[in-house]
Design a protein around this ligand. Structure first.
Ligand SMILES: Nc1ncnc2c1ncn2[C@@H]1O[C@H](COP(=O)(O)OP(=O)(O)O)[C@@H](O)[C@H]1O
Ligand SMILES: O=C(O)C1=C[C@@H](OP(=O)(O)O)[C@@H](O)[C@H](O)C1
Length: 182
């Protein structure tokens, strides 16, 4: 797998709470890649937390920083990147994501809701009805997540380790298909 990937970055996409950070941290040592989280890089660049950026500068400013950080990651190889849930919204971001292999962790809204109950670090969930908010975000975004190279459907009992194994299995399928075509 490592040799097939040829150092190509892996980008995990999916809704907030889908496990991108958790799974990326498992995958990185398995691939002997470096793990990075785009939200943490944005916080470093801004010198503020994500909720502070949203509160003080608004979502549009956050999205600009997100694009800047992602564009800079393209220069690197051997990265597993846990992206923010909304990274797929900006068309320009896709030109950067497509430098690597894009993996969608597809998790039902009910599970996301359970995992994120009481979470205060995700400004978009500060809503009187977080479940309805998650549903509407997924409705708006699903067609974009579907543009991933690989979709991993996550079941309610799947552990992060099992999901990481599933990611590698799905990636090896597309890499083999690609090799067979050439
Ligand atoms: N497969 C899983 N099963 C149960 N809980 C999980 C799983 N993956 C992640 N979590 C938990 O869900 C929460 C959100 O996970 P996280 O990796 O931060 O998601 P993301 O980076 O996509 O927002 C965390 O508390 C994490 O421990
Ligand atoms: O879905 C979104 O638009 C967002 C998801 C968050 O990242 P996670 O997916 O890591 O929670 C973070 O980037 C920000 O709060 C916006």
């Amino acid at each position: 797998m490592k040799q097939f990937l040829k150092g190509c970055n892996l980008y995990l996409i999916g809704m907030m709470g889908s496990g991108k950070t958790t799974v990326a941290q498992i995958l990185a040592p398995q691939l002997e890649y470096r793990y990075l989280d785009s939200d943490r890089l944005i916080e470093q660049v801004a010198g503020q937390s994500i909720p502070e950026i949203f509160a003080e500068s608004g979502e549009a400013a956050f999205r600009e920083l997100e694009t800047k950080v992602l564009s800079e990651l393209c220069a690197y190889t051997h990265l597993v990147v846990a992206t923010g849930g909304g990274i797929i919204l900006n068309r320009q971001n896709w030109s950067y994501l497509q430098h690597g292999v894009v993996v969608w962790l597809d998790v039902p809204v009910e599970q996301l809701y359970q995992r994120l109950a009481g979470d205060t670090t995700r400004p978009l969930l500060r809503d009187p009805d977080p479940m309805a908010k998650l549903r509407s975000l997924l409705d708006q975004r699903q067609s974009l997540y579907k543009q991933a190279d690989v979709r991993v459907i996550v079941g309610p009992e799947d552990t992060p380790e099992q999901i990481a194994t599933g990611v590698l299995a799905e990636i090896s399928k597309i890499l083999k298909d690609h090799t067979n075509q050439n």
